[in-house]
Every structure is written in C-alpha cells, then in structure tokens.
Write a protein that binds this ligand. Structure first.
Ligand SMILES: [Zn+2]
Length: 207
C-alpha cells in the first residue's frame, strides 16, 4: 500500500529536509508470536506542513509482524476536528491520522475506529474516502448489486470525484492528529466522539 494514493506517509517523510533523528530503539515482545523479537524504533522527522512528526515503527524479526504509527510531536489537547467537505478543494487537505484517533463521516455513519490493528498514517481527505471504498469492496464482495452495498459504493465514488458534500470528523483523543486546510474547525471532544470511543472499547474488550 505504501506510496499509493490513500497513503502519503512515505512521500511526506521523504520530503523531510533534515535527516530523521532516531530517538528510541528497543526489543519488545511481539503481540503476534510472543517472542522477544519485535524491534521498535522511533524517529523524529521535520516535514513540510506539519513540522515535527514522530514515527513509531515495529517489526518482528521472527514472524514479520509490522506496525506503524505517525503522530505530530507536539500533542495538543484532545480535540474534535470537523472538516466541511464541499468538493475537490477539501479533498486535497492533508492530514496526519494517528493510530488512536477515530474517524466518522457524519452523513453516512461510516466509521474508522481505533483498535489493536490500527496504524497511523498521513493522507488526504480523498485518501480517507479511498480507504472506506476499499473496505466497502471487501465487505460487499459478491454482493455488489445489493441495494445497501451498491448505494454505499456509488456514494463513495461520487464523493471521491468531488460531487458530494459531507462532514468528516476526526476524534483526536490524544491530540496527536492534525489537518491542514481552510474549512477545518476544532472543538473539544463531545458526546459524538465519546460514543465512538465507547464503540472502540467494546471492540477491544467485547460487549
Ligand atoms: Zn512476531
């Protein structure tokens, strides 16, 4: 997936003017195979648009398990980021989505909840839609013509082409996500975000 249109992480990190600084390295227990062979590294990158970014990555030397998180280094207070998407301009907004934040497309109820397999990444609003479209294709495999699937896939395609207006919400629970663009509002975490947090916890610990 690296380098594809829904993930600009590598492109943005590569545009760093300074060499990345390795600030942490350790071997830890791998969550998949349980052996003490997960190499964790943390780097600080200085990149355009966002300033300093913390990249955490882990790779297991034994089973190949990998994770990655990307966060802005100077965390803000927890916040709700609201993007009113009217068309192509907002689709190009760049965002850092850290592993712990949740995403909601309000009008459609599409959600990306943080969980054990969550990664952090840098993308655009369009990139978020592409991820939802990919998820819809996977969920709808073999049922593409059923009304629910068809409507969602068609809506996402129109939105990607800039023909739908919608509200993209990022619940940034630890203040490590960021969006660059004009039509962006930031408020404090509210009940809508708390509901998403509740759903993520149910997902983690069962009902
Ligand atoms: Zn492993």
């Amino acid at each position: 997936m690296l380098g594809s249109r829904d993930d600009l992480t590598e492109d943005i990190l590569k545009s760093s003017k300074k060499e990345p600084k390795l600030i942490f390295q350790e071997k830890a227990k791998c969550p998949r195979c349980g052996s003490l062979s997960l190499v964790i590294k943390e780097y600080i990158y200085s990149v355009p648009y966002f300033g300093e970014i913390l990249l955490s990555q882990g790779e297991c030397e034994r089973c190949g398990y990998k994770y990655r998180d990307v966060r802005i280094l100077n965390a803000t207070d927890p916040k709700k980021i609201i993007i009113n998407v009217n068309g192509e301009e907002e689709l190009r907004y760049l965002l850092v989505k850290s592993a712990t934040s949740a995403i909601l497309i309000k009008e459609k109820g599409y959600k990306m909840l943080p969980g054990p397999a969550s990664m952090g990444f840098i993308t655009t609003v369009e990139g978020i839609l592409l991820r939802f479209l990919e998820a819809a294709h996977v969920a709808c495999r073999g049922r593409e013509l059923e009304p629910g699937c068809k409507d969602n896939i068609e809506w996402l395609k129109r939105a990607i082409d800039g023909h739908e207006k919608f509200t993209l919400i990022i619940c940034d629970f630890d203040g490590t996500s960021s969006v660059k663009g004009k039509n962006v509002l930031e408020t404090s975490i509210d009940s809508e975000c708390e509901e998403l947090r509740g759903e993520s916890l149910q997902y983690l610990y069962g009902r």
